[in-house]
Write a protein that binds this ligand. Structure first.
Ligand code: GP9
Length: 422
């Protein structure tokens, strides 16, 4: 009975239903290319190391025709990269003990891809790993992704062209454009890079960023070098999209899937705190960039609202000018929300959250009074009582999302909504 009541009352965030929305339909009818950049953290943006930019091509991207969200956060669980894909596609939360792509692959999802397909988009995903990795080959059709181009489909040399888990980003991005050229327009495509994957080892001849002595043979050193390489591969991707005449008819959305340097490895925490000049806490390592690049728009903004991966789906639907509020989305359209809120879990205890003003880290022992809270901007401690409401919201949203996953409730929710509408 309780479950039934809950389902009957589930609806989307009111912000997603407003009219006269900012940037509504600005990308209507355009191709949407969503680059999910492996392990990309936000501190790398516009950052120099040893006199060189670490991410010159990403920096160039945000310098023109772009909106850059600098307070955007990861929300993945044990399914890591695949959880980022799941959260982006459904606006639901992942779990904190299972990979959704493996354990909830049979559920019904009212995904972003399914909605875009109804509007005439073709759907793609590109990734340079085996198609079975993270069970993508089984989960993708269920999410409405019709074309999956995986390692097996790319041309490469076994001995020369693989780095870490898969095809090197340079060849990957390059061949992806060849496929996109042939894709039915408009298309929605995720492009998931792989080279900057832990432990970030790179073939010597591809390294261009020289390390300071103290960072040699450290994960931090490897990390910034592999990101620097992946950034170069991404730069070539943009150039090739332009050359092939695809760029002007597309929008590019780019975000990091999750952190690359977790402080669970003490060396990372120590080096990062020294490098940044302040303590390396979860609101820093979970901070990933989100960039919305709108070719020819003349828009250049930094949007400071706090957001998370769960907000991607409603944000993209607004840009595409699509009004569809069926089902349940936990995210908000970031262009049309006044307040940001992100619940964090898995890497920090459930109940932790970040909003525009504060950061709350729930205590491991589950006792609210033992938790920590600080001002998001000044980093000074604040009274945890200011966080009780956010903490309760984080717990209840996460539980609601678990209930949906465990009971496969999306089609029941849509049915109830349709009954109400008629
Ligand atoms: C594997 C790639 C990386 O295909 O997506 O996955 P991760 O280990 O980061 O979850």
């Amino acid at each position: 009975e309780d479950l039934k009541n809950k389902v009957e009352n589930m609806s989307n965030d009111e912000n997603n239903k407003k009219t006269n929305k900012k940037y509504h339909g600005i990308a209507k009818g355009k191709n949407i290319i969503l680059v999910q950049f492996e392990s990309l953290q936000n501190f790398l943006m516009n950052r120099e190391y040893n006199g060189k930019e670490i991410t010159p091509n990403l920096n160039k991207l945000i310098s023109k025709d772009s909106i850059y969200f600098n307070n955007f956060y990861q929300q993945v669980g044990p399914g890591n990269t695949s959880d980022a894909e799941f959260v982006m596609s459904t606006s639901l939360y992942p779990t904190n003990d299972l990979s959704v792509f493996n354990h909830y692959k049979e559920n019904y999802y009212y995904s972003l891809q399914k909605i875009l397909k109804k509007e005439g988009y073709s759907t793609y995903s590109f990734h340079g790993n085996d198609k079975e990795f993270w069970n993508r080959n089984e989960m993708y059709p269920n999410l409405g992704i019709d074309n999956f181009i995986s390692l097996e489909d790319f041309e490469y040399d076994e001995k020369e062209d693989l780095i870490n888990l898969g095809l090197n980003d340079m060849d990957f991005f390059d061949q992806t454009v060849d496929y996109l050229k042939e894709a039915k327009k408009p298309f929605y495509s995720t492009v998931i890079s792989i080279t900057s994957h832990h432990p970030y080892d790179m073939p010597e001849e591809l390294i261009e960023l020289e390390l300071k002595k103290e960072h040699e043979n450290t994960i931090f050193g490897n990390y910034i070098q592999s990101i620097n390489y992946a950034d170069k591969a991404f730069g070539n991707f943009i150039e090739k999209l332009k050359k092939e005449g695809l760029y002007e008819d597309s929008i590019i959305i780019l975000y990091g899937d999750h952190a690359g340097l977790y402080p669970t490895r003490a060396e990372n925490g120590k080096i990062m705190s020294e490098f940044l000049g302040y303590e390396y806490r979860f609101d820093e390592y979970m901070n990933i960039p989100l960039i919305v690049n709108l070719p020819g728009s003349d828009i250049k903004e930094t949007n400071e609202i706090v957001g998370g991966e769960v907000d991607l789906m409603p944000t993209i639907l607004n840009l595409a000018g699509i009004e569809d509020n069926k089902g349940k989305r936990f995210g908000r359209d970031l262009f049309n929300s006044k307040k940001g809120f992100v619940l964090n879990q898995y890497y920090v205890p459930l109940g932790s959250f970040i909003d525009d003003d504060k950061v709350f880290k729930m205590s491991k022992d589950g006792i609210f009074e033992n938790s920590m809270a600080w001002d998001r901007k000044t980093k000074e401690p604040i009274d945890i009582e200011e966080c009780r409401e956010g903490y309760e919201k984080a717990i209840s949203e996460f539980k609601e999302s678990q209930l949906i996953l465990e009971n496969d409730l999306i089609d029941n929710i849509i049915e109830e909504q349709e009954k109400k509408d008629n």
